[in-house]
Design a protein around this ligand. Structure first.
Ligand code: SAH
Ligand code: SF4
Length: 366
């Protein structure tokens, strides 16, 4: 059975052409599936009955299963979503006064093994399909709209105004499926989000960054976390393949096509590891030719990580050094900690360890 949630609009048009139907059907179906969240062909009233019956025979519109939905004291929500019988991934919604941000996962686990990340500590099982990626947006949207009461929402009001590809996994290591899913997010017949409101976070896969700027330029966040190659080689091991100088050059190339005129550098604050004044000065030197903002992320602990969160006073000193150099710096507020929904705490369940070891991709191959 073909799951139609795996297709963007051009792919859906190709599918309709292949069964002898007019390509414009693709637009109708995108609206039903993604804009209205209708997954039952029988309810798609502007599509001829014979075609609806044919679709129901050959295809399906199937979302992944929700295994658990949790709500934090601060309103943050987390969904545990089944990827298959043994594995699951997590999706997090963060409500703020002026926006609602959905943090979406791209892989079951992650092969890049950054030392401070609980997803990385779990190893890698597999890539998520397009249906599983866009399905997270559909599930969250459905649940939040239901909670708010459909009738109470003004027409066109979005609860989810922003998407960040910052959940489990390295989105650029699942390039094709992530790009197709983002194209659906941006498609006016589907979710119609603006490029500026979809942010992809990467640990720095340089060739894929170059490809993304051509295929689907969205806002970019880069996980920097260290101000020199010696330290970054250890805590973000992909740095051995794409060191800082190459990464900074890739950021500048990306900015030629990006919807925003800056890159956001994420920097996790690890006590005594990367958080001294000296590190801040080194960081300024590294980024000096790139238009950027900084997002400092106090480290969120998880069992046996071996790291501690930087002291608030050290984060302040670090931030002030960057600000005095003229940069915009935000310190990320920890949200949803009581339900393990904060950055780097997403673990889902990556249970199939044999498979996980077998599937573990050596960095050289990424
Ligand atoms: N793989 C991508 C996106 C997912 S991680 C990336 O690395 O960019 C989203 C952000 O959370 C990244 O900046 C990541 O480095 C950060 N992060 C990972 N573990 C963390 C932890 N324990 N505490 C705080 N931030 C963490
Ligand atoms: Fe993977 Fe990102 Fe975690 Fe690194 S920080 S292990 S790239 S999810």
């Amino acid at each position: 059975m073909i799951n139609l949630l795996n297709y963007n609009q051009p792919q859906l048009a190709d599918y309709f052409a292949s069964i002898g139907e007019k390509p414009f059907r693709a637009k109708q179906l995108m609206r039903w599936m993604h804009h209205f969240g209708v997954h039952d062909f029988a309810l798609m009233t502007d599509i001829a009955k014979t075609l609806r019956e044919k679709l129901a025979l050959e295809t399906e519109i199937t979302l992944p299963d929700v295994q658990l939905e949790q709500v934090s004291n601060d309103g943050t929500r987390k969904w545990l979503i089944g990827a298959d019988t043994t594995n699951s991934i997590e999706t997090v919604f963060i409500p703020e006064d002026d926006r609602g941000t959905l943090c979406i996962s791209s892989q079951v686990g992650c092969a890049l093994a950054c030392t401070f990340c609980s997803t990385g500590a779990q190893g890698f099982n597999r890539n998520l399909s397009v249906a599983e990626i866009i399905g997270q947006l559909a599930i969250a949207n459905q649940s939040l709209r239901q909670e708010a009461g459909y009738d109470l929402l003004p027409a066109g009001e979005r609860i989810i105004s922003n998407v960040v590809m910052m959940g489990m996994g390295e989105p650029l290591a699942n390039y094709d499926n992530v790009v197709t899913a983002m194209q659906i997010m941006l498609d006016d017949s589907a979710y119609g989000l603006s490029r500026r409101r979809v942010t992809l976070s990467t640990s720095g896969l340089v060739p894929a960054m170059d490809k993304l700027k051509e295929d689907c330029p969205v806002a970019l966040a880069v996980s920097l976390h260290a101000p020199n190659d010696a330290l970054r080689d250890v805590i973000v091991p992909i740095n051995k393949k794409y060191p800082l100088k190459e990464l900074m050059a890739a950021c500048n190339r990306y900015l030629e096509k990006a919807p925003r005129d800056f890159v956001t550098f994420e920097y996790v604050m690890l006590d005594g590891v990367n958080d001294t004044a000296e590190h801040a000065h080194q960081l300024l030197e590294v980024v000096k030719n790139v238009s950027c903002k900084f997002n400092l992320i106090p480290f969120n602990p998880f069992p046996n990580s071996g790291y501690e969160t930087s002291k608030t006073s050290h984060i302040r000193v670090f931030r002030d050094i960057l600000m005095q150099a003229g940069y915009v710096v935000t310190v990320r507020k920890t949200r949803g900690e009581d339900i393990d929904a904060a950055c780097g705490q997403l673990a889902g369940k990556v249970l199939d360890k044999t498979k996980r070891t077998a599937n573990r991709i050596p960095i050289e191959a990424i």
